[in-house]
Design a protein around this ligand. Sequence first.
Ligand code: 5GP
Length: 197
Amino acid sequence: MTNPRIIVLTAPSGAGKSSIARRILAAIPAVRFSVSATTRAPREHETDGIHYHFLSATEFDARIEGDEFVEFEEVYPGLRYGTLVAEVGSATREAPVLLDIDVKGALRVKELFGADVMAIFVAPPSVEELAERLLARGTESEAAVRMRLDRARLEMTWRDSFDHVVVNDDLERASAEAITLVSRFLQTESEKGANPS
Ligand code: 5GP
């Protein structure tokens, strides 16, 4: 890889990172979304190969066997998610890649790719607000929301391990901040490191 550029967006589930990711992709068309593999079932609006590569547990195991993952995590009990080598292997400064992954996976990607990565932690204003957002989204049962909140509390403790923390108090403001950070990162040379500020 020459001068690879990997942007990682991570956050507790429901903090709004997917909305911010969509805005980054719209604002900077050169950035390509890394489509993860997952064993969870598709939601109604989701398409295989666009939102995720939806795999059975057996298919996921086969990809692990074949060394096809950069990282993978059991993000929720029984549900695995992973970044494919095929998705990030070709990232360059001209064709950077954006990963929307969980906190542990993000730490792993940073460890593996070092200064080629800029990792942004999107923080909700508070865990209470996160609970409201998850319930309002209505895509999960109450038990699933509780599971996500437990994990969110743990993930919030790791926020300082990332290059930048963007508080999602207002989606447009937070997206503009993230877009500025990504634009700056894409202008830096690999050797200079990941944190331009
Ligand atoms: P959801 O089920 O809401 O789409 O995603 C659940 C969580 O899994 C989110 O935090 C999402 O960012 C994370 N996730 C998605 N893809 C990956 C991946 O490839 N690796 C890891 N570690 N987490 C992922």
